[in-house]
Design a protein around this ligand. Structure first.
Ligand SMILES: C[S@@+](CC[C@H](N)C(=O)[O-])C[C@H]1O[C@@H](n2cnc3c(N)ncnc32)[C@H](O)[C@@H]1O
Length: 263
């Protein structure tokens, strides 16, 4: 189980000489990752007045959020990652940098975030960590603010009788986290999880999930209760996730953007 301490240890001692670009290889390049994978999914929410990125590492996705955000806040568990972002984006004065304890967003004012994003990081965060972030996002987002978070779905593949995982987990995904748990945490936090895209990572199983959500605008109590009782998340199992980027499947990717836009 990758605990917060395991994550701190792993990423503090990681060889960051390629700034995380080495993880973009399967998509062609970091530019291809942004243009064909991330940008089509976050375009409904950008530009944003105040973006929060959780766990930026050395700024692989951050570099694209910088020009698309009037203000950007980045929060990471590892001091070396925040120091690297500070150096990389030194010429920009609209970015706030924070090292956290792997759980807390206390440094962010309530109701101040328009868009929250995290890519390729919280997949290694167990359910208690994701729950902590989601619970706080229920307050940190402004009413109507939205988010796209990439997290593990490995717990979906647990045999209810034995409690054992029925798939391998060679990419260090957090085994306790799932899309269903995310929906539960979001509902409890007053967030509406509108879309979940389940994606594979180098195998046939949907080990990962991109959850797309919005903080509810205050509505009459009856409508809020009705909505909470109804689990109306659109769940897409996208087995062509990698091919779409590798083969530049523009039509399929455009259709996904439209699904994300429902949020
Ligand atoms: C695999 S790297 C990915 C970095 C970046 N998102 C990218 O795509 O290049 C994982 C990052 O997540 C951060 N991290 C891991 N667990 C975290 C947590 N609970 N809270 C904040 N940051 C975390 C690590 O410090 C590291 O910077």
């Amino acid at each position: 189980m990758p605990s917060v301490e395991d994550n701190r240890d792993r990423w503090a001692n990681y060889d960051w000489s390629d700034k995380g670009d080495e993880w973009s290889g399967g998509f062609g390049s970091t530019e291809a990752l942004w243009s064909w994978l991330l940008q089509p999914r976050v375009s409904p929410f950008l530009p944003s007045a105040h973006t929060l990125e959780i766990a930026p590492g050395f700024g692989r996705a951050t570099q694209f959020l910088v020009p698309a955000s009037e203000k950007l806040t980045v929060v990471d568990l590892v001091p070396a990652c925040i120091a690297a972002c500070q150096e990389r984006f030194a010429e920009h004065d609209h970015i706030d940098y924070h090292v956290n304890d792997g759980r807390s967003l206390d440094m962010i004012e309530d109701g101040s975030i328009d868009f929250v994003f995290s890519w390729d990081s919280l997949i290694h965060a167990e359910d208690d960590v994701v729950e902590s972030y989601v619970t706080q996002l229920g307050r940190k987002l402004r009413p109507g603010g939205a988010g796209v978070l990439h997290h593990s779905n490995v717990d979906e593949y647990r045999d209810p009788e034995s409690g054992e995982l029925t798939i391998g987990n060679e990419h260090w995904r957090a085994p306790t986290m799932s899309a269903a748990k995310f929906r539960r945490y979001a509902r409890a936090a007053g967030l509406r999880c509108v879309v979940q895209e389940l994606i594979p990572w180098g195998g046939p199983d949907f080990s990962d999930c991109l959850s797309v959500f919005r903080r509810e605008v205050r509505r009459p109590l009856r409508r809020r209760i009705e909505r909470r009782l109804r689990d109306d998340t659109t769940v897409v199992r996208n087995s062509r996730f990698f091919e779409q980027v590798q083969q530049r499947r523009a039509t399929e990717i455009r259709e996904l953007t439209e699904i994300y836009r429902r949020c």
